[in-house]
Ligand binder design. Structure first.
Ligand SMILES: NC(=O)c1ccc[n+]([C@@H]2O[C@H](COP(=O)([O-])OP(=O)(O)OC[C@H]3O[C@@H](n4cnc5c(N)ncnc54)[C@H](OP(=O)(O)O)[C@@H]3O)[C@@H](O)[C@H]2O)c1
Length: 264
């Protein structure tokens, strides 16, 4: 995820006034950026002080390690943060209160929940803002995530739900594509044909619902002739209670976010 955000910051139209610093543990992970003049890449296995040095003077510090590593990482760098730095965690589940505890009560902290289409700048990022964050800091962080797609600001109470919708959401769509392609293969299509049919249908439908501005129900109604083939297929999905299934999947993701917050 850190790499996706970095790619956004390296977009041709984006200018980062004070430069970009990244850290990794392994040399290989940072090696792609060694020759990139806009990026200073430091590796903790070569320089144990890399994280501390990287945050000094930074106005925005994005922490994109696994949730279990967040507290340790923030404790490591807390004393080196600038007074007017804003710390942004992209870790699922870790709360603003936990971030605040790790860096100090007076610091500006935010949570961001991007999703993997950020890799192609088609992400959607939910952002929650801690109490010490200034309007200018919030705007700056929003502009960082706007380089990889859309940004939505939500109260923290809704961030776990947002994580279950858009953070995990690409996986739901990929899973649907997998299953749908398998179903197409059962009908005698090759994998290449199945992939073309299903992926272009997903792309076309997603682009149509966005470009037309119509409600999905209305677009669905137009494909669904009374007593036609689509009507039968949709009835089967309804009988399988697809909406209840999605609701259960999201509840499960939210329950897991609560477990992560509790330190599991
Ligand atoms: N994947 C998603 O869809 C998604 C979406 C939203 C949010 N997130 C959140 O993003 C975070 C990262 O997820 P990911 O899938 O990108 O994980 P990942 O691929 O494991 O990336 C973690 C990165 O952090 C680096 N790192 C770990 N510990 C470090 C340390 N002590 N000092 C310096 N660098 C360190 C790793 O470097 P090395 O490779 O060198 O070890 C690696 O580059 C998680 O908290 C996750 O909840 C993920």
């Amino acid at each position: 995820m850190g790499r996706a955000i970095l790619q956004g910051l390296l977009s041709p139209h984006v200018h980062v006034a004070t430069g970009i610093r990244i850290t990794n543990r392994r040399v290989e992970a940072a090696s792609d950026f060694v020759t990139e003049p806009r990026v200073s890449a430091w590796v903790t296995s070569e320089n144990p002080q890399a994280n501390r040095e990287a945050v000094r003077g930074a106005k925005v510090v994005i922490v994109a390690v696994k949730p279990g590593g967040i507290a340790e990482m923030l404790a490591e760098v807390a004393a080196d943060l600038d007074d007017d730095a804003v710390v942004v965690s992209v870790a699922a589940g870790k709360t603003l209160a936990q971030l605040q505890e790790a860096v100090g009560a007076q610091r500006a902290v935010m949570r961001a929940m991007p999703n993997t289409p950020a890799q192609i700048r088609r992400g959607v990022t939910g952002i929650s803002v801690g109490p010490n964050v200034t309007a200018a800091q919030q705007k700056l962080v929003e502009s960082v995530f706007a380089t990889v797609g859309s940004v939505v600001v939500v109260d923290e109470e809704r961030l776990n739900a947002l994580t279950a919708i858009s953070g995990s959401g690409p996986a739901y769509v990929f899973y649907l594509i997998e299953q749908w392609e398998q179903a197409a293969r059962q009908q005698g299509f090759t994998q290449a044909e199945a992939a073309l049919l299903v992926r272009e249908t997903v792309r076309g439908a997603a682009e149509l619902v966005i470009a037309s501005g119509e409600q999905p129900e209305e677009l669905r109604r137009r494909v669904t002739s009374p007593n036609g083939t689509t009507e039968r297929a949709i009835a089967t999905l309804e009988q399988a209670h697809l909406s209840g299934l999605l609701e259960s999947a999201m509840q499960a993701a939210m329950a897991r976010a609560a477990e992560i917050a509790a330190g599991d």
